[in-house]
Design a protein around this ligand. Structure first.
Ligand SMILES: [Zn+2]
Length: 342
């Protein structure tokens, strides 16, 4: 059944790609410029009066690409080249990374961000998520703790050694647990309340997300998960798509509270906001990438007094830090959803 759903999704996508390309060829054969309309999405603006239209589901205006502008001619060229590569990936049921795509035409693409933008545009045009295109990023995130799952036939058994570090799976759709495993086998020797799902098994009580890999490693070295029944995740700075999708999958399936520990600086806060609200670049897909119930665990400026941190552990805010903080304070989603965070 999974297989069928996958193939109908990808044949639907292939049909949309053909229709899109045909309309461009038709325009060209009539001597007309193609007319590519791309919806624009944003997850926040700086309108603090609460009267904005930012939404996770609705677009916010559109951009029209035609041959009238030279920059648009290049963008349409890039769009069609990337689309052709995506079509081949789907037809051959293969996966490729954004980097692989870049190296197909490095002279035309000139830099990775050009490919990234084309991939985002294609997702918007085809109304799908990036993984539907068979484009996978190189995973950056790490996980450890009271969790067991299968990814593409490979078993990740963190429960037997909860302080062992595992990479976060890149193909989140393939995350499953073997159906022959019975409840009894899974929970032998564990007296804590357990939560079972068809895909993922966990006996954790909460999920802890940390910004820094160094903090994650420290927790692993300290055997944090031996005494704390939890799952620990890091996106190593700004979290990538697999980390956010995996975290969303865990929160959806396991319904555990999620706590986020970030640095007490504007970048830490921006990382927290990325987990909670999604990023601007992928705003069109935010509903699949955001974790709305993530709690801000810290650290806060008041913690330095509360825990008697020595002065040498603190750094002054730079002018750039202050500028970034002030810009973030204007984001509408903070006013709307978490005024206390401000
Ligand atoms: Zn807004």
């Amino acid at each position: 059944m999974e297989e069928n759903r996958w193939s109908s999704q990808s044949s639907d996508l292939l049909r949309k790609i053909r229709e899109f390309t045909r309309s461009i060829v038709e325009d060209l054969s009539k001597g007309q410029s193609p007319f590519v309309s791309i919806q624009r999405f944003r997850n926040y603006c700086t309108n603090s009066n609460g009267e904005c239209n930012c939404s996770y589901d609705k677009s916010n205006g559109q951009e029209i690409l035609t041959f009238q502008k030279e920059t648009h001619v290049h963008r349409i060229d890039v769009l069609l080249r990337v689309l052709l590569i995506v079509q081949q990936l789907l037809q051959e049921n293969r996966h490729g990374s954004k980097r692989d795509i870049y190296y197909m035409h490095p002279l035309v693409f000139s830099e990775q961000s050009v490919v990234d933008r084309a991939i985002n545009d294609i997702c918007i045009l085809m109304q799908c998520s990036r993984h539907n295109l068979n484009v996978v990023p190189v995973g950056n995130g790490l996980v450890m703790g009271w969790l067991r799952f299968l990814e593409a036939g490979k078993k990740f058994d963190c429960m037997n050694s909860p302080n062992t570090v595992h990479p976060i799976p890149v193909l989140v759709e393939d995350v499953k647990v073997p159906c022959h495993q019975s409840r009894r086998q899974i929970c032998s020797g564990i007296s804590f309340p357990s939560l079972f799902d068809a895909d993922i098994v966990s006996v954790a009580q909460y999920i802890l997300v940390v910004e820094k890999e160094s903090v994650f490693q420290r927790l692993a070295n300290d055997q944090f998960c031996k005494t704390n029944r939890c799952i620990v995740i890091t996106g190593r700075g700004y979290p990538d798509v697999p980390t956010r999708r995996f975290l969303q999958l865990l929160t959806e399936k396991l319904r555990l509270p999620v706590y986020c520990l970030v640095d007490c600086d504007p970048y830490g806060f921006d990382i927290l906001a990325t987990y909670r609200f999604g990023s601007m670049q992928m705003a069109y897909d935010a509903k699949f990438l955001r974790v709305p119930n993530i709690h801000w665990l810290g650290t806060f400026p008041s913690d330095s007094e509360k825990y008697n941190l020595p002065q040498r552990c603190l750094l002054p805010l730079t002018a750039e830090d202050k500028r970034k903080t002030e810009a973030m304070l204007l984001r509408c989603y903070l006013h709307r959803e978490v005024p206390s965070w401000r």
